[in-house]
Write a protein that binds this ligand. Structure first.
Ligand code: S3P
Length: 454
């Protein structure tokens, strides 16, 4: 079946052992989470929001198109700056067609929150991957605003949404560690009367809270033990605010791990977002023996940013505790690749949420390693990788299951494998990291023509 993003063909590719060390300084595209939010907040604010460094990956372009369909003006200037003329909180208008969120769970779930408290009718769908992902986790809490949702069996997209004309504010304890669910509830709370309260038992990325403040909303965060309790005062007037999007740490992870694995390498990725709720991978790599140097630390648009520098290092196995998962939830596939190149057995604990990502990422990550000769097991929700100390046989064909991060992880594995690693379809990489292949090639990686089927 051809699963590639609309209008494109599946693109197979192979990654061969790097002919020499990887080296150079390369900027990665803007943070995906912050990019979605900047467009959404811009559309909900009064005035013109200017966004520098927006990720122009497929996922974010879906959000841009949805905000346009809901009445905001969203323009990209020739110099790359994006400008959003917002409609104000509660001011979005009924779309004349179905909102297609493509491959993006973040776009779909956050938008459900916004639409729940707008008195308009809309229908939302997505690609084959997104139509398999659970939406009940947002439908259930958002129904308590007074909004009505009709979905496919099991809470799957397509969804029809009738937003509440006079939304009730919510008091909700998020049952799974999910920034998407937290954000959906907070976004619904923007156009609800009174105060919305969201409790998360484990802290997840707080870009929504940061951006709410940046646009002028009143948000208070209480820390009680491990829980965070967020209070948002409803119906504020959001004021347009300029946003500078930092480089995406989840994208930077791929060239940085490649540089750690290929002996003699040295790679710098400038201006990477270093929000502490996103940096679990860098901490874990340090525990594996990597020196992740951070230069030029600074704050940009309320988010910490720095330049990351790593060099080829012999890595050792690590035991990653479950409570770290929310701070590196998107980084397990590439961490598994690092673990495959390390010495010793790495255990990554508590990865239940990986089963409901763009693919069942727990299985897809295990399969990507095992078809390339790395011993791996799944025990309950834990992933166990038996490191090879760098001697990765390769030669396997990885199925990406419409998952950009599985595709990029497989291509990085190929950089140190004895035989080429083939990937069935790299087209989904464009959802989060347009330019990945040429950027890796600029560092010295050998990514190219697929191996012909025998
Ligand atoms: C995201 C939250 C995470 C992450 C996703 C982006 C966000 O999902 O996997 O890539 O921008 O809020 P969950 O919150 O569902 O874990």
């Amino acid at each position: 079946m051809d699963h590639a993003p609309s209008g494109t063909q599946s693109r197979p590719m192979a990654s061969r052992r790097a002919p020499g060390p990887l080296s150079g300084r390369i900027a990665v595209p803007g943070d995906k989470s912050i990019s979605h939010r900047a467009l959404m907040f811009g559309a909900l604010a009064v005035g013109e929001t200017r966004i520098a460094g927006l990720l122009t990956g497929e996922d974010v372009l879906r959000t841009a198109a949805a905000m346009r369909a809901l009445g905001a003006e969203v323009i990209q200037d020739p110099d790359g700056l994006w400008r959003v003329a917002g409609r104000g909180v509660g001011g979005l208008t009924e779309p004349t067609d179905i909102l297609d969120m493509g491959n993006s769970g973040t776009a779909a779930r956050l938008l459900c929150g916004i639409l729940a408290s707008h008195p308009i009718f809309s229908v939302m769908t997505g690609d084959d991957s997104l139509r398999r992902r659970p939406m009940r986790r947002v439908i259930d809490p958002l129904t308590a605003t007074g909004a009505r949702f009709a979905s496919r069996d099991g809470g799957l997209l397509p969804l029809a949404i009738e937003g509440a004309p006079d939304a009730h504010s919510l008091d909700y304890r998020v049952p799974v560690p999910s920034a998407q669910v937290k954000s959906a509830v907070l976004l619904a709370g923007l156009n609800a009367r009174g105060t919305t309260r969201v409790e998360e038992p484990e802290a997840t990325r707080d870009h929504t809270e940061n951006m709410l403040r940046h646009f002028g909303a009143t948000v208070e965060v209480e820390i009680v033990g491990n829980s965070r309790i967020i209070h948002l005062h409803g119906q504020p007037e959001l004021r347009a605010a300029d946003v500078t999007v930092p480089g995406d740490p989840s994208s930077a992870a791929f060239p940085l791990v490649a540089a750690l694995l290929v002996p003699g390498s040295s790679v710098t990725v400038p201006s990477v977002g270093l929000n502490p709720l996103r940096t679990g991978l860098f901490l874990t790599l340090e525990e594996m023996g990597a020196a992740v140097a951070i230069a030029n630390r600074r704050l940009e648009g309320g988010e910490p940013v720095g330049d990351l520098i790593v060099s080829g290092t012999a890595l050792r196995a690590v035991d990653v505790p479950p409570e770290r998962a929310p701070t590196m939830i998107d980084e397990y596939p590439i961490l598994a690749v690092a673990a495959a190149g390390a010495t010793g057995t790495t255990r990554m604990r508590g990865l239940k949420e990986l089963r409901v990502k763009e693919s069942d990422r727990l299985s897809a990550t295990a399969a990507l390693l095992s078809v390339n000769g790395v011993k791996v097991e799944i025990e309950g929700d834990d992933l166990i990788v038996h490191g090879t100390g760098g001697a990765i046989p390769g030669g396997g064909r990885v199925e990406t299951h419409m998952d950009h991060r599985v595709a990029m992880s497989a291509l990085v594995l190929g950089c140190i494998a004895t035989n080429p690693v083939s990937v069935d379809d790299v087209s989904f990489i464009d959802t989060s990291f347009p330019g990945f292949v040429s950027l890796m090639a600029a560092l010295g990686a050998a990514l190219g023509a697929a191996i012909a089927d025998a």
